[in-house]
Unconditional design. Structure first.
Length: 89
């Protein structure tokens, strides 16, 4: 699986469907997720290359409580593929 903008968009969509917001911010940090005033947010360094952004979101997928029931069949396949392969670009 190649790191593409399309893959990044699909991963973002899976995270957002599960009730989390994805934000790209500048700063001296890697990225991660947190709960801020009952709002779930995944923060990614906007200066990361595409591969770094994808890796940060994959790490979040592994840790977040993702509800697969609300995902489409294609999104479920991608979700399980990402979790099983633990892709690193």
């Amino acid at each position: 699986m190649k790191p593409t903008q399309s893959l990044l968009d699909k991963i973002e969509n899976i995270i957002e469907k599960s009730g989390f917001k994805v934000r790209y911010e500048k700063g001296n940090f890697k990225g991660g997720y947190c709960v801020l005033e009952h709002e779930y947010i995944v923060v990614v360094n906007k200066f990361f290359p595409l591969e770094g952004k994808i890796n940060t979101l994959i790490e979040a997928l592994e840790a977040l409580p993702i509800s697969i029931e609300i995902l489409s069949t294609d999104e479920q396949k991608l979700f399980f593929q990402l979790r099983q392969q633990k892709l690193k670009f």
